[in-house]
Design a protein around this ligand. Structure first.
Ligand code: HEC
Length: 88
């Protein structure tokens, strides 16, 4: 991800192909039937990103501190660099 280190074309293409596949891959965990075997009433079969807004009501001070750190922009950085589908 460092822009001062030149990318090897073939490796970069391979990485792009891999990320595209990860973005569209249907995982076993995404299959609602995967959860039904041990179904718990009220538990959602598909997980979603809760979003920052859902944490503020109880964690106001932590949110204000977090917003001033680089972590607040971390996912936007990954998305901008098309690295949001990296599993590590
Ligand atoms: C309804 C209130 C409420 C909401 C909403 C909430 N939390 Fe919490 N959270 C708590 C409470 C209560 C604790 C336990 C605090 C303690 O034990 O000192 C806690 C603990 C935590 C801890 C552990 C902190 C520690 O020092 O160990 C983290 C991390 C955390 N919450 C993150 C989140 C995130 C991220 C969200 C939003 C997706 C969120 N919380 C939403 C009430 C909430």
């Amino acid at each position: 991800m460092r822009e001062d280190i030149p990318q090897h074309g073939a490796i970069a293409a391979l990485a792009k192909e891999y990320r595209d596949e990860v973005r569209t891959a249907r995982l076993a965990a995404d299959d609602p039937r995967h959860l039904e075997a041990n179904s718990i009433p009220g538990l959602r079969a598909v997980t979603t990103f809760a979003g920052t807004e859902s944490c503020i009501s109880c964690h106001k001070t932590a949110t204000e501190i977090w917003k001033k750190t680089g972590y607040a922009d971390a996912f936007a950085t990954l998305t901008r660099r098309k690295a949001d589908a990296d599993p590590n």
